[in-house]
Design a binder for this molecule. Structure first.
Ligand code: DGY
Length: 313
């Protein structure tokens, strides 16, 4: 029986299944454990089931050693130093595929919300400013016939492209392996949706220069990682009309403090990183994470491993 430390309660019965075979401790609060607490618990554990809020760098992995596996409850693994995990012989699991549609749906919801000024219009109703029907009230932007640029053309990027096609949009994409250059995509597109992983190459990908290339009528959507966008540059671009609007499910910093200047920018919808937040998706993610840990603790390959080279050692 191995000791597993889980950093949050999970929906569904995945934890019960882990408990049937192992000694499982779950951090009882809604937010993440303080880092010192996490380090102390990890030191006593054989394996971890973690969220994207837990930073696991080389120093952490050295302190927590020896770990037999880390199952990250996310498809993204930018919170883990994968090279250090591989060097330490720790397989790191993730949860690809199961959250693709939920995240793509949310990206499209943000795109539509920004295009049709849903947030502004809803607020007007709630604050007693309902404009009697008027030809000029809350004019937004067409989606059908517009060009949608997808930056990062993996599973989620392609799923957003399919939604765009369904809405009659022309699709342009940019990725590490090709497509349209980023500059050309930014110049050409009416909507730009980010789906690249966060890496040293993509950190700060969209800054003042890139926003300046976009059309003044364009809308930026980010459901990937907040650090892809330079927050201060985005705030300025929204304020001075360099672009027309943005829909963000992720921000830098995250969470965004309620008095953060970005929240005062016009034509902005911000959500608290809920791309994968449907009950079914979150239960599937829990099943995958638990399956990854069960395999690692049985001495088998994790079925969904973000650093498969660990098995070549
Ligand atoms: C992920 O999985 O990487 C998302 O950001 C959270 O579900």
């Amino acid at each position: 029986m191995a000791r597993i430390y889980v950093t949050r309660h999970l929906p569904g019965d995945a934890i019960d299944r882990l408990r049937a075979a192992h000694d499982v401790e779950v951090w009882p609060e809604d937010g993440p454990p303080p880092h010192d607490e996490f380090v102390a618990r990890a030191r006593e554990a054989d394996a971890l089931l973690t969220m994207l809020t837990e930073r696991m760098d080389a120093a952490f992995l050295a302190e927590a050693a020896p770990l037999r596996g880390v199952a990250n409850y996310a498809v993204g693994t930018d919170n883990v130093d994968l090279a250090a995990a591989t060097a330490a012989g720790v397989p790191v699991g993730n949860t690809p595929d199961v959250l693709t549609d939920a995240t793509a749906d949310l990206a499209f919801a943000l795109l539509l919300a920004a295009a049709r000024r849903i947030r502004d219009a809803d607020e007007a109703v709630r604050t007693g400013n309902w404009p009697t029907w008027s030809p000029g009230a809350f004019l937004g932007h067409d989606v059908a016939g517009a060009t949608l640029g997808i930056v990062g053309y993996g599973r989620i990027g392609r799923a957003v492209a399919r939604r765009g096609e369904g809405f009659g949009m022309e699709i342009v994409h940019n990725s590490r392996s090709g497509g349209t250059s980023l500059d050309e995509l930014l110049r050409r597109c009416d909507y730009v949706s980010l789906h690249a992983p966060l890496t040293p190459d993509t950190r700060g990908l969209i800054g003042e220069r890139e926003l300046g290339l976009m059309k003044s009528t364009a809308i930026l959507v980010n459901t990937a990682r907040g650090e892809l966008v330079q927050t201060a540059a985005l705030e300025r671009a929204l304020r001075d009309g360099t672009i027309a609007g943005a829909g963000l499910d992720v921000t830098d910093p995250e969470p965004l403090p309620p008095d953060h200047p970005l929240l005062q920018a016009p034509n902005l919808t911000v959500l608290p990183h809920i791309g994968s937040a449907t009950r079914t998706t979150r239960e599937k993610m829990a099943d995958m994470a638990a399956g990854n840990l069960m395999a690692a603790l049985a001495g088998e390959r994790m079925p969904y491993c973000a650093n498969p080279e660990v098995y070549e050692r």
